[in-house]
Design a binder for this molecule. Structure first.
Ligand SMILES: C[S@@+](CC[C@H](N)C(=O)[O-])C[C@H]1O[C@@H](n2cnc3c(N)ncnc32)[C@H](O)[C@@H]1O
Length: 416
């Protein structure tokens, strides 16, 4: 039975091929709270109340965000006495980045507003406050963002695994350049790093409502000093790039998949491949990250499986191998995004390090994942106990991967 395998790569050659061996299924409990039966009825009840408000999808999402703010700033006893408009003023003062001054309270019916706030408060308490926004997004709003400029939710089991792969250190500045609801950034705080440093998290998304949602999500995780941008990640002239290029130690991301980009003013900023009229966003994304990261910086990203597997990307992979050192490649099963908008996109996770002038031999972790902690055939999110990510994290190979990063075989290779 093979689990995760290593390939020794001499002189840091990248092959980006992936192992066909499959990790054997094994039941275990992961993210116990997400699977606990008591939360599902609470989410369902919120869903019923939101549906009764006759709101379109976007206003419904805003209403959910406003109630999350309300649940955070209100005491239990406020939630049938203090007028919602007054509570919302408090919310606005507490989270100015998420609720602009001109935004109005979406739910006019006080009882409905209080009830949703009370339910969210209970979810906060019962779940230990982990990324409620993400789970709400997952339960109610997958349809809202379905297919729109690659707005697919990143499953939280994938997010948590990527955070482990990133091996974040105290001094790292971490960025998600297409942060959506902010899953990566909100979950890093509680899981990997504790530091007194400010502004060590940087987020960006092209959609303004998602940047506001992400800001709220990160604030609720307990972090208030972070930078959030509302820019096009492919435009190297944007404030996001201007203020952060060459400053980032680790990028964690799930960029939009395979959008065709034909805007000459964007394509003209890129080396790859400068003679083409249309380039996929996946390819531009990799070059955009080369600008963002410091030399030796790490990129842990979800990508379309075609990037590592299809022959039409061979030339691109060769070009990539000149710029990056491969640290890990994990292929993911079909149906990964199916419960979040019924997307059929096949994906993988790659962990890469931006090349510096000196490189050394190192090991590359390769794995294929079958079970991701939820049902891949269900139209909505249904947690299951099988989760190969947890299994990989328990292997000796993963311990070695981590050690390589931490002991400096790769991390300090610029000084070698
Ligand atoms: C797969 S989603 C990321 C989901 C996110 N990780 C989460 O958990 O919510 C891709 C994100 O890329 C954003 N996006 C699409 N085109 C973009 C662009 N040109 N610049 C910045 N963000 C973009 C979308 O708005 C979307 O939120």
């Amino acid at each position: 039975m093979s689990k995760v395998e290593f390939t020794r790569i001499s002189s840091c050659r990248v092959d980006l091929g992936y192992s066909t061996r499959v990790i054997k299924r094994k039941a275990f409990w992961y993210q116990k709270w997400a699977q606990s039966d008591q939360l599902e009825p609470l989410f369902k009840e919120i869903d019923v109340i939101l549906r009764r408000q006759s709101l379109d999808g976007e206003r419904s999402f805003k209403a959910y965000l406003q109630c999350m703010g309300g649940a955070t700033v209100a005491k239990q006893s406020d939630l049938n006495t203090v007028p919602p408009s007054e509570l919302f003023e408090r919310v606005r003062r507490t989270f100015p980045n998420s609720f602009p001054l001109d935004e109005e309270l979406v739910i006019k019916d006080s009882e409905a507003f209080w009830r949703i706030c009370r339910l969210i408060k209970r979810i906060f308490i019962e779940s230990g406050q982990v990324d409620i926004l993400g789970y709400g997004y997952e339960y109610f709003f997958a349809d809202l963002f379905k297919g729109k400029t690659g707005k697919y939710f990143t499953p939280r089991t994938v997010v948590d695994f990527c955070i482990k792969l990133a091996c974040i250190r105290e001094s790292d500045v971490v960025c998600d350049p297409t942060c959506g609801s902010g899953g990566f950034l909100a979950r890093i705080r509680s899981r990997e790093a504790s530091t007194s440093k400010t502004n060590w998290l940087v987020g960006n998304d092209i959609d303004p409502i998602l940047t506001r949602a992400a800001s709220l999500n990160i604030s609720l995780s307990g972090l208030h000093d972070f930078k959030m941008y509302n820019d096009d990640v492919f435009d190297l002239r944007s404030s996001f790039h201007k203020e952060n290029d060459g400053q980032i130690d680790a990028v964690l991301a799930n960029p939009p998949f395979s959008l065709m980009i034909s805007d000459r003013s964007i394509l003209g900023q890129y080396q790859w491949p400068n003679e083409s009229r249309r380039v996929t966003s996946d390819q531009l994304f990799m070059e955009s990250m080369m600008h963002l990261l410091k030399p030796g910086g790490r990129l842990i990203t979800v990508l379309p499986h075609s990037i590592i597997a299809n022959s039409e990307n061979t030339r691109f992979r060769e070009w990539l191998s000149k710029q990056w050192v491969e640290l890990a490649t994990i292929s993911l099963p079909e149906g990964l995004f199916y419960p979040f908008g019924e997307s059929a996109a096949r994906a993988c996770i790659v962990s890469l390090q931006l090349r510096g002038p000196v490189s050394k031999d190192h090991l590359v972790m390769k794995a294929a994942v079958e079970s991701v902690g939820y049902d891949l055939k269900a139209k909505s999110f249904k947690p299951i106990s099988q989760n190969d990510f947890q299994r990989i994290l328990g292997t000796e190979e993963f311990a070695l991967y981590r050690k390589q990063l931490n002991t400096g075989l790769l991390v300090n290779w610029l000084e070698a």
